[in-house]
Design a protein. Sequence first.
Length: 176
Amino acid sequence: MKPFAIAALAATALTLTACGEKLGAAKPLNVVSGHIVMGATPDRPAVGYFRVQGGPQSVELVAVTADLAQRVEMHESVRENGMMTMKPLARAAVPAKGELVFKQGGKHLMIWGINGAAVRAGKLPMAFVFTNNNNERILFDMVIKPAEGAAGGEAAMDHDAMGHGEDKAAPDAAPK
Ligand SMILES: [Cu+2]
């Protein structure tokens, strides 16, 4: 190890010692909020948004699943040539002590075929799968909200015609 690196580590250690109390209260990796907006019609996918609080180490979110839905995909809305399109997302980074946010106009979940009982109950239990600890799964009940108006962002976009196939660099595209 180079002397400079050792010095940097020593400085880090000093900093950590200085705020040792906060160190003990380091926040764990967790899903802290989330909700689903139903599609405008039953055949349209619902959209999911949520917030993940980063833990002490950087990890990646690699899947979100729901037993009570037919299919869940992670997507990202991107602007290309002045047009908003969506791309499937295979993984999303959760920085240490940072956060990962899926929100309207950015990363989002698409959820097809939510079980009617879950819709009536107003919540969908989902499992968030991360790369740490042999694919740690964090369970979170997503609150289900009714369809928004015409300006519903991803919920209003036609996902069947959103042109995933145009994406040359989509090696991880989920099989249809
Ligand atoms: Cu989408």
